[in-house]
Design a protein around this ligand. Structure first.
Ligand SMILES: *[C@@H]1O[C@H](CO)[C@@H](O)[C@H](O)[C@H]1NC(C)=O
Ligand SMILES: *[C@@H]1O[C@H](CO)[C@@H](O)[C@H](O)[C@H]1NC(C)=O
Ligand SMILES: *[C@@H]1O[C@H](CO)[C@@H](O)[C@H](O)[C@H]1NC(C)=O
Ligand SMILES: *[C@@H]1O[C@H](CO)[C@@H](O)[C@H](O)[C@H]1NC(C)=O
Ligand SMILES: *[C@@H]1O[C@H](CO)[C@@H](O)[C@H](O)[C@H]1NC(C)=O
Ligand SMILES: *[C@@H]1O[C@H](CO)[C@@H](O)[C@H](O)[C@H]1NC(C)=O
Length: 574
C-alpha cells in the first residue's frame, strides 16, 4: 500500500520535475504585440447582445470603475427620464430650465456582473461635461451647463448600495461646457477648453480662505482654432506624452503644450485634407499603445503615436443644422508619431466615412471604431445614416490590411452615445439622443435608453483554450511600482504556450462625445515567462517606467496569449 502511494508520488513528482526543467524563457522583442495580433490574419466579425432594453437614462457619459461598475449619466435639464429616483430623493432646483422638482434619475450605476442598475442622484447639470478617475479610484467630474457649468463632482465607488454623487464646494475658475480632461503625472487633472473658454485650469483646487487662488491659463490656440459659427474646436483631444508634456489637438491643428509654464513647445503639421475633426465635426482619437518592450526599468521613454479618425468637411455643421442637408463624413484617419523630431501625418482611409464614432483600445492593442453616423455632424438632429458596423484597426498590420469591417448592430448610436471597454473584453455601448428632450417616438432616431455589448472575435468559444486566466499578481495590495519588476501567475487550458504572450495595462476612459478621455494602453516589458505546472505559468515584467508614461491610478491588467486576452485584473500604479 505504502509502496503504491510512494510510486504514485514519484511519477507525479517526475512529471512536474520534467516540466519545471523545461522552463522556458520568452525572448522579448519590440514586435511582441505585432506577433500577438497578426497571428490571426482574418478575424471573425464578433457579435452583439442587448444587455438592457432600458436603463432609464440615455448614456451620454460613461466611466468604468475599479469595482467593475459603470457610471452612466446624461443631463439634468431636459425633463423627466424613464427611471424614478428612490422615494424622498427628488431634486429641487429652482434654476433647472425644465423641471424645478425632478423625481427621476439622470444617472445610474451599472453592475457588470449582475447586469443590474441602481439610480443615482446628480445635483447640477452635467450636460456635455468631462471627467476622469483620480489615483485613488474616485471619479472627478467637471463642468456641464447652466448651474453645472463650473461645478466639481465626485463619485467614490463602494461595495454596498450607498455611494452616490457628491458636489464639491469649490468651483472651476472658468466655464467648462464641452471641455476636456487629462490626468497628469502629479495626479492633478488639467481641464482645457470648452465653449467660449480659451483657457485651461487644474483640479483639485487649492483653497485659501475658502477661495481658489489659481488663475486661468489663457491658450490662444483655442481661440485660433475656433471656426466662426461652426466652432469645430470643442472637446479638444488631449494626450499626455511620455515626456510629461501635453499633446493638444483642435479642429485640424495640434500643439505640444508645457502646461506648467504655459508655453507652446511646438506646433505639429496641420492634419492633411479639409476635414474638421473636433466637435461638432466630431472625429475621434486614441493614443496608440505605448510599447515598453525592450526599455527595461525606465531610463528610456517609449515612442508615442496619436491617431485621429473621421470628422466632417468644412461647412457640414451649417448645412445639417440650418438646411438639414447631411454631407458625407470624413473617411480618413491620420497617424502622427508625436515623439519624432519632425513628425508627418500618415493618412489612411477607413472602409466607410464616419462622424461621432468612439475609438477604443482593445486589450490586444487593436483599435475598435464604433457608433456614429456616415453623414452630417454632431448636434440636434444633425446626422443621418447610422454607422452600424464597427471597424477593427490593427495598427501593426501591413498598410492595406489594417481595417476590417465587423458585424453590425441594429441600434443606431447617433449624437450623445458612448462606448467603453469592459474588464471582460466586451465593448459596452449605450445612448443616442439627438433631441433636446427624451423623445421615444422621434423618427428615425428616437432617444435610446438601451445598453448593448459588442463581443469582439477574441471572445469566441473557439479561442477559449488560448484564453489566459489570471490567478495572482504578486505585489503588495495589487500595487505596481514604477520601474519595478512584478510577476503574474496565470493558467491556460493548454500545457504549452504557442506564440506571443504580452502584458498590457489599460486606463479606462471617460467616454463622452466620441472621445475617451484618459484612455491609455501600455505594453509592458516582459522579462521572462516560466512554466511551473502543466497548465500554469508565471510572467515577469517591469512595471511602467514613470508617471509621465503611466499617470498614477487604477488600470486593467490583461495577459494576452496569441491575440486572446484574459479577463482584466485591476492593479493600482503608484
Ligand atoms: C421606459 O421604462 C419602461 C419600464 O419602466 C419600459 O417598459 C420602457 O420600454 C422604457 N422606455 C424606453 C423607450 O426605453
Ligand atoms: C440658482 O441661481 C442663483 C443665481 O445664480 C444662485 O444664487 C442660487 O444659489 C441657485 N440655486 C440653486 C439651488 O442652485
Ligand atoms: C479619493 O479622493 C477623493 C477626492 O479627492 C476623496 O473624496 C476620497 O475620500 C478619496 N478616497 C480615498 C479612499 O482616499
Ligand atoms: C534599472 O536598471 C539599471 C541598469 O540595469 C540599474 O542600474 C538600476 O538600479 C535599475 N533601477 C531600478 C529602479 O530598478
Ligand atoms: C450622405 O452623403 C452622400 C454623399 O454626399 C449622399 O449621396 C447621401 O445622399 C447622403 N445621405 C443622406 C441621408 O443625406
Ligand atoms: C418627437 O419627435 C417627433 C418627430 O419625430 C415630433 O413630432 C414630436 O413633437 C416630438 N415630441 C416631443 C415631445 O418633442
Amino acid at each position: 500500500m505504502a509502496f503504491k502511494k510512494l510510486s504514485l508520488f514519484f511519477s507525479v513528482f517526475f512529471f512536474f520535475f520534467f516540466l519545471m526543467l523545461s522552463i522556458f524563457v520568452a525572448s522579448t522583442s519590440s514586435g511582441f504585440v505585432d506577433l500577438a495580433t497578426s497571428f490571426l490574419s482574418t478575424i471573425s466579425g464578433g457579435h452583439w447582445v442587448v444587455l438592457q432594453h432600458s436603463v432609464g437614462v440615455s448614456a451620454m457619459h460613461m466611466q468604468v470603475m475599479r469595482n467593475n461598475k459603470v457610471i452612466i449619466f446624461d443631463r439634468t435639464d431636459f425633463g423627466p427620464s424613464n427611471l424614478s429616483l428612490p422615494l424622498g430623493h427628488c431634486r429641487h432646483n429652482v434654476n433647472d430650465t425644465a423641471l424645478k422638482v425632478d423625481c427621476t434619475a439622470h444617472s445610474v450605476l451599472y453592475d457588470i456582473a449582475l447586469n443590474k442598475i441602481r439610480p443615482l442622484t446628480v445635483h447640477t447639470d452635467t450636460w456635455c461635461s468631462s471627467g476622469g478617475v483620480n489615483p485613488n479610484g474616485t471619479l472627478i467630474q467637471t463642468g456641464g451647463y447652466n448651474d453645472g457649468i463650473n461645478k466639481l463632482r465626485t463619485f467614490t465607488p463602494c461595495d454596498d448600495e450607498k455611494c452616490d454623487w457628491t458636489e464639491l464646494p469649490e468651483t472651476l475658475t472658468d466655464k467648462r461646457w464641452y471641455a476636456s480632461n487629462q490626468i497628469l503625472p502629479d495626479a492633478r487633472f488639467i481641464i482645457l477648453g470648452g465653449r467660449y473658454s480659451f483657457t485651461y485650469e487644474f483640479v483639485p483646487k487649492t483653497l485659501i480662505n475658502g477661495k481658489t487662488s489659481e488663475k486661468d491659463n489663457y491658450l490662444g490656440f483655442l481661440k485660433e482654432t475656433r471656426d466662426p459659427h461652426e466652432e469645430n474646436n470643442l472637446y479638444p483631444f488631449l494626450h499626455l506624452l511620455p515626456d510629461g508634456h501635453l499633446f493638444v489637438f483642435a479642429n485640424r491643428r495640434s500643439i505640444l503644450l508645457d502646461y506648467n509654464r504655459n508655453r507652446i513647445l511646438k506646433e505639429y503639421p496641420v492634419i492633411p485634407g479639409e476635414d474638421k475633426r473636433s466637435y461638432p465635426s466630431t472625429g475621434s482619437t486614441a493614443l496608440l499603445p505605448l510599447v515598453l518592450t525592450g526599455l527595461g526599468n525606465g531610463t528610456r521613454l517609449p515612442d508615442a503615436e496619436v491617431m485621429i479618425c473621421g470628422g466632417s468637411p468644412p461647412g457640414a455643421f451649417t448645412m445639417s443644422d440650418r438646411r438639414r442637408v447631411f454631407l458625407q463624413a470624413s473617411k480618413t484617419c491620420g497617424r502622427l508619431k508625436v515623439t519624432d523630431p519632425a513628425p508627418k501625418w500618415v493618412m489612411e482611409e477607413m472602409p466607410m466615412p464616419r462622424v461621432m464614432s468612439d475609438m477604443l483600445i482593445l486589450p490586444t492593442g487593436d483599435i475598435i471604431i464604433v457608433n456614429g453616423a456616415t453623414n452630417g455632424t454632431a448636434g440636434w438632429e444633425d446626422a443621418a445614416n447610422p454607422a452600424l458596423n464597427p471597424i477593427l484597426y490593427r495598427p501593426n498590420e501591413h498598410p492595406g490590411r489594417r481595417f476590417q469591417v465587423l458585424n453590425p448592430t441594429t441600434i443606431p448610436r447617433m449624437y450623445h452615445s458612448a462606448a467603453v471597454l469592459l474588464p471582460d473584453g466586451r465593448v459596452l455601448v449605450g445612448g443616442s439622443n439627438p433631441h433636446t428632450t427624451y423623445n421615444f417616438t422621434a423618427y428615425p432616431y428616437p432617444t435610446d435608453l438601451s445598453i448593448e455589448a459588442f463581443y469582439p472575435h477574441y471572445l469566441n468559444l473557439e479561442f477559449s483554450h488560448r484564453r489566459p486566466t489570471i490567478i495572482t499578481v504578486d505585489t503588495n495590495d495589487d500595487i505596481l511600482s514604477y520601474g519595478e519588476m512584478f510577476s503574474v501567475t496565470f493558467s491556460l487550458h493548454v500545457y504549452r504556450l504557442d506564440r506571443g504572450i504580452s502584458v498590457t495595462l489599460i486606463a479606462p476612459p471617460f467616454s463622452t462625445h466620441s472621445y475617451g478621455m484618459n484612455q491609455r494602453m501600455l505594453v509592458l516589458d516582459v522579462v521572462r515567462v516560466q512554466q511551473f505546472f502543466p497548465f500554469s505559468f508565471k510572467i515577469t515584467s517591469y512595471g511602467p517606467p514613470s508617471s509621465t508614461a503611466a499617470p498614477p491610478g487604477y488600470y486593467m491588467l490583461f495577459i494576452v496569449n496569441a491575440g486572446i486576452p484574459s479577463i482584466a485584473y485591476w492593479v493600482q500604479i503608484k
